[in-house]
Design a protein around this ligand. Structure first.
Ligand code: HEM
Length: 165
């Protein structure tokens, strides 16, 4: 029974982690370049359709990954050791990095996308200041996207290291 519970939690955790960090890679390497290559009049409607859905998706799978990660800690036999071991360092580092990425999505990406949705139409109407701000926000999203996939890859390394501890 114990094994079954751990298998279900591990499955949900790995699946949601894949959906989170995989979604980040897809965004950075497929979606953002595709949006940038579109003619400007098409970009606004495309972003309006994709942006809010994307934010909802990424926040929900991130929350699921963190929640199932905490469940993993609770059901893992290592938790009984209560010592500073390779396992606890790897998992602790993974937790901190996951919370950093989550904070960046909420604190930087979400407001940047909302800003783009407001400023995009003004830029398309010829407002130069809005166009400059759109450029800044796009670069910010791209930069945080790279941070997300770099930290996400480190988290996976931490989780795999924990397994071999
Ligand atoms: C982006 C976020 C995360 C990703 C992609 C991720 C991915 C993974 C993967 C792939 C494994 C399986 C490793 C293996 O069996 O070799 C794993 C295991 C695990 N994860 Fe995560 N994880 C993430 C966040 C978290 C968080 C926030 C916690 C909570 C502290 C956590 C706790 C654990 C635990 C306890 C294990 C089991 C390690 C063991 O078997 O000894 N994870 N994770």
């Amino acid at each position: 029974m114990d094994d079954l519970v751990r298998i279900v939690i591990q499955w949900a955790h790995i699946l949601s982690g894949i959906l989170w960090i995989g979604g980040g890679f897809y965004t950075v390497f497929v979606q953002l370049p595709a949006l940038a290559s579109m003619p400007p009049p098409a970009r606004g409607p495309a972003l309006a359709a994709i942006g809010p859905r994307q934010i909802r998706y990424i926040l929900r799978v991130a929350e699921l990954t963190i929640a199932t990660g905490i469940l993993q800690v609770i059901v893992n036999p290592h938790i009984r050791e209560l010592t500073l071991s390779r396992w606890s360092v790897a998992i602790g580092a993974g937790l901190v990095l996951a919370l950093v990425i989550y904070g960046l999505i909420r604190g930087v990406i979400q407001p940047a996308i909302e800003g783009l949705l407001t400023l995009g139409p003004q830029a398309a109407a010829g407002d130069g200041a809005a166009a400059a701000q759109v450029g800044v926000l796009r670069e910010r999203i791209q930069r945080v996207g790279y941070v997300q996939i770099a930290l996400g890859s480190l988290i996976v390394l931490g989780m795999v290291t924990a397994r071999f501890s």
